[in-house]
Design a protein around this ligand. Sequence first.
Ligand code: AMP
Ligand code: GLY
Length: 424
Amino acid sequence: MDILLIGSGGREHALAWKLTSSPDLGRLYAAPGNPGIASLAEIVPLDVTDAGRVLDFCRSRAIGLVVVGPEAPLVAGLADVLRAAGILVFGPSGAAARLEGSKGFTKDLCARMDIPTAAYRRFTDREEALAYVRAQGAPIVVKADGLAAGKGVVVATAIDEALAAVEAALDGTPGAAIVVEDCLFGEEASLFCLCDGERAVLFGTAQDHKRAFDGDQGPNTGGMGAYSPALVLTPDLTEEAMRRIVEPTLLGMRAAGTPFSGVLYAGLILTETGPQLIEYNVRFGDPECQTLMMRLDSDLLPLLLACARGDLSEARPVWREEAAVCVVAATKGYPGAFAKGSPIRQLPEDDDRAIVFHAGTKLLGDRLVADGGRVLGVTATGVDVAEAAVKAYAALEEVDWPEGFWRTDIGHRAIARDADGTAA
Ligand code: AMP
Ligand code: GLY
């Protein structure tokens, strides 16, 4: 089967890497891709925001499956256009992608389905929102309603910070909307499920490191590293999250006439009263996906195809009994201003120690240069998170890129927990 993969990040490089080991794969095309993906797939110069062009390409090449990596084309309805033309797609419809595209939509669904999540109110009126925040007091959380590339959330510890966040978000821009919610406390973990509209099949757990610098300091980023599995999500907590959060979500989406298919990424916070939902994403996490792909023993292609066909009844993903760690190398300055074009002079060879997944890289002739904020995701497996981290960091020592930086403590929580003996 020939596949078109949409996206250009480390997540999509990892998906391409895993898909190319499938005996069922014919040709793999990718758009827009990156130099890492180009070593595995044929890059097609397609504007992926133009669904009509994507459809024309799929028809001209008899594409059997389209795998959509990022959220923006899903929220924009790419899967709807392709499905309406009879093309199989891994990824939700635009209506179902509102689980990520609108925080207010998701909160209302949680309220309807009695899904554990922080108490909340939705606002479009600035004065009403300010009055509510003053009445509630800090700590409190202010979230922009729409897609914000991970930058739309302010967890305010002081009331002035919360009021400023409301003013910044409801600044008079037409259509601006926010959710204000109670602040929850606990460790965060991510749970991934493959969904076919009706069923959810657990597809691994992970924890990511959102802050730019060691010790979880500095500004929020798209993710500076991740590890899988997240042992803090014990089998009991995972079962509880599936039963109280994921399954009612699928039920509610079906009842609304917008069944969810694709990968559902539940951002959870493990509170004293059990797991609660922080947010949903409607795609794989980046860099969580890199760790999942290296741990997955099963063939990925039939699993994605089963989601796209709407029948996961036979799907039983099998995982290697290993942990994986991905350390992201980013351009100095990220997530603030940074320069593009710095040369990456040397990378470690991909081998059984570690794999370098490309994100924001570009080839200038035969020279590899940085072309984005997050640039590389060095990913390794090991018997536990500590061993995987040692292997990933050993590989990073061979990266010769003076303009790059990375955190040196990815996996620290899991490593400390293992050392404490508080988890198996
Ligand atoms: P989100 O983009 O919704 O995942 O939020 C980004 C980050 O903000 C999350 O990973 C949490 O660390 C934090 N956060 C969001 N909502 C809450 C909440 N209700 N209570 C505490 N922290 C939160
Ligand atoms: N790593 C967080 C995300 O993909 O949203």
